[in-house]
Design a protein around this ligand. Structure first.
Ligand code: BTX
Length: 327
């Protein structure tokens, strides 16, 4: 059985959005016999697809498994370049490691790495990112923007806006962004973003944007140390979400907002970001490597740097920290 044809057939059926496609039409499109089409349909059913076979009309799809197989993700994908190349792995240590390798090998901007499971998912400062099999979106996106390395942190903010928009669109939930890289729902973390850089004397060679989104975990799926800290879209909305749909929505919004950033700079994005921020305007505690400061988070600068005013009236520029609410 040619597995590539099976996946292409899945893509074709998903794109038909429930319309029936005749066996003869599919046979002609794929250059195979009608019996071969039927065998691929059986194969898809075994993979978890629900396909109706209607006499004289053909095959129509009424349900698909929530796998992140490239063909399934790419069906109905609205982007120009993001996700047009997908490296899919059932399990890996970290999608960031694979994306770094692919970027070094010269893979184009827009290449995406997707895993069902990570065994050593990472956050900032070598922290661990819990990445249960089949429950979330563990994804790294390679971008190659023509900007100076100092602008790299802005892409974390751009990605955060894209993810929030995607979550709103697919689930109707109302997430908030906690500076710089967390997305929270009702105060609990459902997404983390990790932006890493490959640069040389000529500037940025590649930005690797890692997105870890908890989609379908139940509370029991998280390790004990994340109880009360982590949440998933399923826990917040009360029903399971389609990871395929979420990946498509994230890639679409990430493309729209990076295009906006490249054409118009950070100004408008900063305003959109502030609209979703749970940090700005609040009394917060910023824990940094060497000190902890408490004060009002007044704003972020054009470069994405947090401006924190301490009670002595001093304004501090915070480049990286863990933020907690202080009131
Ligand atoms: P961070 O350093 O801001 O957050 C890490 C902290 O978040 C951990 O120390 C822990 O307290 C908490 N945490 C760990 N796992 C989860 C989880 N599943 N849900 C909620 N909270 C959690 C955030 O770093 C950036 C994470 C990026 C993850 C993506 S996944 C795809 C890509 N590959 C990879 O290895 N990392 C990125």
């Amino acid at each position: 059985m040619n597995i590539t044809v099976t996946h292409k057939l899945a893509k074709r059926l998903i794109e038909a959005e429930g319309e029936a496609l005749s066996g003869q039409q599919l046979a002609d499109e794929f250059g195979i016999s009608r019996t071969a089409v039927w065998k691929h349909i059986k194969e898809l059913e075994e993979m978890g697809y629900t396909i109706h076979s209607v006499k004289k009309k053909g095959y129509s799809l009424s349900g698909s498994p929530d796998s992140l197989q490239p063909a399934a993700v790419q069906a109905l994908l609205k982007t120009r370049s993001l996700g047009r190349e997908i490296e899919y792995v059932p399990t890996c240590a970290s999608t960031q490691i694979i994306a770094h390798q692919l970027a070094q090998e010269g893979k184009p901007a827009g290449t995406v790495v997707l895993a069902e499971e990570q065994t050593a998912g990472r956050g900032r400062l070598a922290r661990k990112w819990d990445s249960a099999a089949g429950k979330g979106i563990w994804m790294s996106v390679i971008l190659r923007p023509a900007v100076v390395p100092q602008k790299a942190p802005q892409f974390t903010l751009v990605a955060a806006v894209a993810v929030v928009r995607a979550i709103e669109e697919v689930t109707g939930l109302k997430p908030e962004i906690k500076w710089p890289n967390d997305i929270l729902i009702a105060g609990r973390k459902c997404t983390g973003i990790l932006t890493e850089l490959q640069s040389d004397a000529d500037g940025i060679q590649a930005l690797i944007i890692g997105i870890g989104l908890n989609a379908n975990q139940d509370a029991a799926d998280f390790p004990a140390e994340l109880a009360g800290i982590a949440t998933s879209l399923k826990m917040e909305s009360g029903s399971g979400v389609s990871r395929q749909e979420l990946v498509r929505a994230i890639l679409y919004h990430l493309e729209v907002y990076t295009d906006l950033y490249i054409s118009q700079g950070f100004g408008l994005l900063k305003t959109i970001w502030e609209g979703y921020s749970s940090t700005i305007g609040n009394q917060v505690r910023a824990r940094m490597a060497k000190e902890t400061l408490t004060g009002i988070a007044e704003s972020i600068t054009e470069d994405g740097v947090l401006q924190l005013r301490t009670p002595d009236g001093k304004l501090h520029s915070i480049y990286s920290a863990d933020i907690e609410m202080a009131n």
